[in-house]
Design a protein. Structure first.
Lengths: 579, 645
């Protein structure tokens, strides 16, 4: 996992390594400073002349400045390395998502992808910063201080032989109990927050049924349960401080007792006062670095979840790829399905589509009718190869869709999705998604055809009207017409409208269809609709049920032959006032 | 304790003392005994960790004196007692530290839990308006981000500030005890440290703010693109998106890099100023030592006048300098986190201080029995019949049968005072009648139903329910008598059975199943893997839209209310499925007063009265046939000449 993520460090390897080097420098100086200060103290104590005291002082100041420089530079390079790593990681994850097929996209919810790209990467950035700053610093500091302590303190250093195992054992014991407890309680905590969100979203239902008290009770029970768990885990972790303090104090007392006895009995020949002071400082450094190490461990285990989630995105392999020698030209808009079976997941029990055989000539208008979940959208999504068939084949322009380059295929097959979206930006910018180089005339023309020109012109800013995120400032019908215009700008050989005029009134709907017939007769038009009136005049109408094509024919044929079609028709025209 | 990265980073802000006082007061009210005890332990442990330094130094000074003699026997008589005092102090310190860290863990989690529950309880009592005027994410962040800043405050910042300030005061006292001059020098150094860290910290704060803004922008872009990923694919727009993203990403990198660079540098800078200060103190001390400058300190004042600086003063002073600067440092670091936590607390309190949904109703809904003469008697058990219990000012009680007769009389309403969205709405719904509202989005259809169940209160006019002004009816009882099925189905985590029972908590399993049968939901539920015990999560994401809607209809059915409000209940279902749902709906509507809002006119055709709304006014009313005959707006809508959305 770590190796996978580390690939994204790339050009920030240099600042990362520099950080390590400068931190090592800083640590060395930091460890030497107590040494020098002990010297300074001895000089002052020994009553040396001011000159030598000042000299030692100046050396110390120089060391402090050097340490400051090292620390400062390390802080700088470290910030660069970690921010850069996060940037690359975001880039990699985003570009990986761009390669996803619909199957891949279905697997992750969009909100989970957003979290992965934001919070999770920020967590990883912080962890990385922590690692390159402290993960080197602490062990280094530890080793250095231990060496110095043994060199200076001699037998006094024996205290560490006692203290370090106690501390390590204590910290390990705590993290062993606390970590799994925390992981459990965080899962519960997430669920609690989900239930709050559910409550906020469903407030009308809660209030509508006067269930406020019931909700309070439910929440209090869940919250108290979590609180008990949290308190338990926190209390375990809280033992860290006393254990640490115990070791620190033990250390001091040991050094003072043994040190004073050694010093006095040997008249300062084995150990002197300065050394005792230095030992106290090193003791602190050793314990501190151990404490830091345990914090890194906690931090890493906590961000491991984030890293795992990022890796999931990076590991997801796109299920659709261009063939080795792709065809780049779609000759015409004919479509043929032969023996197509399709399901969304390998493990799915039922096929979403089965036994589909269908021939559509170039330039035809085809209507598809049927209830929700019968496979209408699935059928058309196979044409621009948004999904791959499980068995059978689909040919566009006489060539299997899997032999085209995806770009060429989708360039010729324009599809207006059922769940459609406009992006924040002006109307013109949105329309240019269809064709980046479209001239103003071409845009106007497409909008006229989609019956959108009229209302766009009525906006004060016309085609430069800014569309809010999600297209919230245009009505549903307007949004649908803009989406159609956007698809038309592609100048497609095949145009697919997946329930794209449901919010458009019937008159405009029929004007759009009339326009299609007149201005883009060459283009194959496939229209999925709820309203019979939207498909009535199609050359071919397909009735679907249960993932199969149950009937095909023209309106008049189907009224005769298909009971489902007749049923839908009658239901919609009951009262007989339909035009 | 919380997961990494949950801590929101922000610029340092001014400390809001009023808010701090309020949080402390609250803490105190929850833990009147434990909180002072904890504070006492913290102060005690801080003091015991500041004082030993003196004994330590004295021991070292003693060694200094005795080591030339080599007489451990003699020395131990002086040194050992001091070390024993030290051990005693340490023991006390460890005990108090253990006590306060455990107490703190207990108090922090308990406090957070109480805050969470208090917030949630309060939230349930807030009017719908609160939720309609805020983003759900913003409300949620009170429970996640803001609570988290409080955790930081209570568990870390406050104890740490208390602890460091006690130590600082102790150390300052000891330093003054020894020497005024040298104390002054240390203080000067501290001022320098503050200035530098303020400047560097200020730069960092500026970039953190920018980082936050860049992060927001990136998040916005990512959100939009992740939602529109399929559109991106259909238009082969991947490369363009990547380009745009890289630009935004680069900006985020720049700001994040600078913010962290400043923040990272702060540590070494402050630490080394501390080091330099140490050297300066040592050198100056040495100079003072050699030049015999008269010393002034509390100790010399007690002794009466000036003294001399000795090695016994300089050495402990050096250590105290270290202690002093490192504690000052810690203190200043906490200031930022306190300011941030108080900003979070402010947001939490703004929720807690929001005005509750007002309810002055006193008419309640009770079970009743009706004798042959039509006299209504209140009953203490479920009878299947309900009555409004109406206490009057003269102390008498009257009972009115619950029938479902709803009258709106010249009602005006606006969500804000400036803009009236409903004008002069008058309508009569007889018990058992089906009243439909049609009209474009924003015409005010949903608003009318919002008024009947008093999600919002009317500005002018009257609404009467069985002849009683609804303002007099207790809100919970009013709503209990109104069934609600909304376009947006909201199911809760739990089994299918739990979700149906939500409509009537006292319903037996059998009643729930009957309601499901009535709604036409039984068929698909029994085919689910665990039937009625199937667990629903994420708003029933494992069900189709139609199935979710059927469950919400069953939920309304089990409540068995005399009045139903169906707000676009079937508009997200296709016509064919709707035909199936419609059967359940028809069964549900039988014998009830029903308000239907529908986008699809086929759904409302068989209503007794259809109201056509435009811009907050009823412009046409009548039955389907009469409205068609009128050839007005309804006719145009029906024939599809106008868009509804």
């Amino acid at each position: 996992m770590i190796r996978k993520l580390a690939k994204s460090i790339r050009e920030y390897k240099l600042p990362s390594i520099l950080t390590l080097i400068f931190i090592i420098g800083e640590v060395i100086i930091e460890c030497l400073i107590p040494f020098m200060t002990a010297d300074l103290v001895n000089r002052i104590k020994g009553g040396d002349d001011i000159g030598s005291v000042v000299r030692t002082g100046l050396i110390l100041i120089a060391m402090a400045i050097l340490s400051l420089c090292c620390g400062g530079i390390a802080g700088f390079t470290c910030a660069k390395a970690s921010a850069g790593f996060a940037k690359n990681l975001r880039h990699d994850v985003f570009s990986r998502i761009q390669t996803y097929s619909f199957t891949n996209i279905d697997k992750f919810s969009s909100s989970s992808l957003v979290t992965r790209l934001t919070t999770d990467i920020s967590n990883t950035q912080m962890a990385y910063m922590m690692i390159i700053r402290t993960a080197v610093r602490s062990p280094f500091m530890f080793i250095f201080a231990v060496i110095m302590a043994f060199m200076m303190g001699g037998s006094l250093a024996m205290t560490f032989v006692i203290v370090i195992p106690v501390l390590v054992f204590g910290l390990l014991l705590i993290s062993r109990y606390a970590m799994p407890a925390f992981r459990r309680v965080f899962k519960k905590y997430d669920r609690l927050n989900e239930s709050i969100e559910e409550n906020v979203r469903g407030m009308r239902v809660v209030k509508g049924f006067s269930r406020e008290e019931h909700e309070k009770e439910k929440f209090n029970t869940a919250a108290n349960d979590i609180c008990a768990d949290f308190t338990n885990s926190e209390m375990i972790v809280a033992c860290n401080t006393p254990i640490m303090q115990f070791c620190m104090y033990f250390n001091m007392v040991f050094i003072l007792i043994v040190g004073s006895q050694l010093t006095i009995t040997h008249m300062g020949k084995v150990i002197d006062v300065g050394q005792i002071s230095a030992m106290l400082t090193y003791g602190m450094q050793i314990l501190m670095s151990l404490m830091m190490l345990s914090m890194i461990y906690v931090m890493l285990t906590m961000s491991a979840e984030s890293m795992k989630r990022i890796c999931e995105v990076l590991d997801e392999t796109p299920t659709l790829n261009d063939p080795a020698q792709p065809v780049t030209q779609v000759s015409d808009g004919s479509i043929s399905f032969s023996d197509v079976n399709f399901k969304y997941y390998e493990g799915a029990e039922r096929y979403a589509l089965s036994d589909i055989d269908l021939e559509i000539d170039s330039g035809m208008t085809v209507g598809i009718i049927g209830g929700t979940g019968v496979g209408k959208s699935s059928l058309v999504q196979l044409i621009p190869r948004l999904y791959d068939v499980n068995t059978g084949s689909i040919k566009v322009g006489g060539i299997d869709v899997r032999d085209y380059s995806i770009e060429a295929l989708r360039g010729s097959v324009a599809m207006v999705l059922q769940k459609n979206l406009l992006f924040s930006g002006t109307i013109k910018e949105n329309l240019r998604w269809g064709n980046e180089n479209a001239t103003d005339e071409e845009i106007t023309e497409a909008c006229k055809l989609a019956q959108a020109h009229e209302f766009i012109s009525a906006f004060p800013d016309g085609y430069d009207t800014y569309i809010e995120q999600g297209g919230t400032n245009v009505s549903g019908g307007q949004k649908q017409r803009l989406c159609i215009a956007r698809a038309l700008l592609k100048n497609p050989k095949i145009l697919i409208l997946d329930d794209s005029t449901s919010a458009v009134d019937t008159r405009t709907d029929s004007l759009i269809r009339r326009g299609f017939k007149e201005y883009i007769p060459e283009t194959t038009k496939i229209i999925i609709a709820q309203r019979i009136s939207s498909v009535e005049d199609a050359d071919l109408i397909i009735v679907m049920d249960g993932g199969k094509i149950v009937s095909k024919g023209t309106h008049s044929q189907l009224i005769e032959s298909s009971s489902i079609y007749r049923e839908i028709y009658e239901q919609q025209t009951k009262g007989g006032d339909e035009e | 304790m919380s997961g990494p990265g949950r801590k929101p980073m922000g610029p340092p802000r001014k400390i809001n003392f009023g808010m701090l006082k309020r949080v402390l007061k609250m803490l105190y009210s929850y833990y009147p005994v434990l909180l002072p005890l904890t504070a006492f332990c913290i102060i005690f442990s801080a003091a015991t960790s500041a004082v030993p330094a003196i004994f330590q130094q004295q021991v070292i000074a003693d060694i200094q004196i005795w080591y030339t003699t080599g007489d451990w026997e003699g020395a131990s008589k002086v040194i050992i007692p001091k070390i024993l005092i030290l051990v005693g102090l340490y023991a006390v310190s460890i005990v108090s530290v253990t006590l306060y860290t455990q107490l703190m863990a207990y108090i922090t989690q308990g406090f957070l839990n109480k805050m969470r529950c208090a917030m949630f309880d309060k939230m349930q009592d807030l009017p719908i308006k609160y939720f309609d005027t805020r983003k759900h994410g913003d409300i949620m962040s009170h429970y996640t981000n803001d609570i988290d800043t409080l955790r930081q405050l209570v568990s870390q910042a406050l104890p740490s500030v208390l602890q460091t300030s006690v130590i600082v005061v102790c150390v300052l006292g000891i330093m003054l005890y020894y020497s005024f001059w040298m104390t002054l020098l240390v203080l000067l150094g501290v001022v320098l440290m503050f200035t530098v860290s303020k400047n560097v910290g200020g730069g960092s704060a500026k970039y953190f703010m920018r980082q936050q803004a860049a992060m927001g922008k990136t998040e916005g872009y990512i959100q939009e693109m992740m939602n529109g990923q399929k559109v991106v694919k259909v238009f082969c727009h991947e490369e363009k998106c990547q380009e745009d993203f890289d630009t935004i990403n680069e900006q985020l990198f720049e700001d994040s890099f600078k913010a962290h660079a400043f923040a990272n540098c702060l540590g070494p800078i402050v630490m080394n100023i501390g080091n330099i200060l140490y050297v300066i103190i040592a050198t100056v001390g040495g100079v003072l030592l050699l030049s015999n400058v008269p010393n002034l300190g509390i100790s010399t004042l007690i002794a009466g006048g000036f003294g001399v600086i000795t090695i016994d003063i300089v050495i402990p002073f050096l250590n105290m300098t270290k202690q002093f600067t490192s504690n000052i440092n810690q203190f200043s670091q906490q200031i930022n986190s306190i300011a941030m936590a108080l900003a979070g607390a402010e947001r939490i309190f703004s929720l807690m201080d929001s005005e509750k949904e007002e309810d002055k109703g006193y008419v309640t809904l009770v079970d009743c029995t009706v004798d042959e003469a039509g006299n209504i008697t209140e009953s203490d058990h479920h009878t299947g019949m309900w009555a409004w219990k109406h206490p009057h000012s003269d102390g008498t009680l009257t009972y009115t049968r619950l029938k479902g007769h709803v009258v709106l009389d010249d009602v005006d309403f606006g969500y804000t005072e400036e803009k009236t969205v409903l004008h002069n709405i008058t309508l009569y719904a007889e018990p058992g009648q089906k009243v439909a509202f049609v009209g474009a989005t924003g015409a005010g259809k949903t608003t009318i139903t919002n008024l009947i169940n008093r999600f919002y209160d009317i500005a002018d006019g009257k609404i009467r329910y069985d002849g009683i002004n609804i303002n007099k009816i207790k809100k919970s009882d009013l709503r209990r008598s109104l069934g609600l099925v909304l376009q947006e189905t909201n199911l809760f985590t739990g089994t299918v059975m739990d979700n149906i029972r939500y409509g009537n908590l006292g319903a037996s399993d059998e009643e729930c199943i009957n309601a499901a049968k009535l709604a036409g939901a039984d068929d698909f539920i029994t085919r689910l893997p665990d039937g009625y015990n199937t667990l629903l999560t994420g708003n029933g994401s494992n069900l189709s839209q139609g199935q979710r809607q059927l469950i919400s209809i069953a939920r309304a059915a089990v409540a068995d209310p005399p009045v139903m409000i169906l707000d676009e209940a079937t508009s997200s279902i296709d016509t064919r499925t709707e035909a199936i749902v419609q059967k359940g709906m028809d069964a549900l509507m039988k014998g009830r007063t029903v308000f239907v809002i529908a986008h699809r006119l086929s759904t409302v055709k068989n209503s007794d009265v259809i109201m056509v709304l435009e811009a907050g006014r009823i412009i046409e009313r009548g039955s389907h046939d009469s409205l068609i005959a009128e050839k007005g707006k309804y006719y145009q809508l029906y024939t599809g000449a106008f868009e509804l959305e």
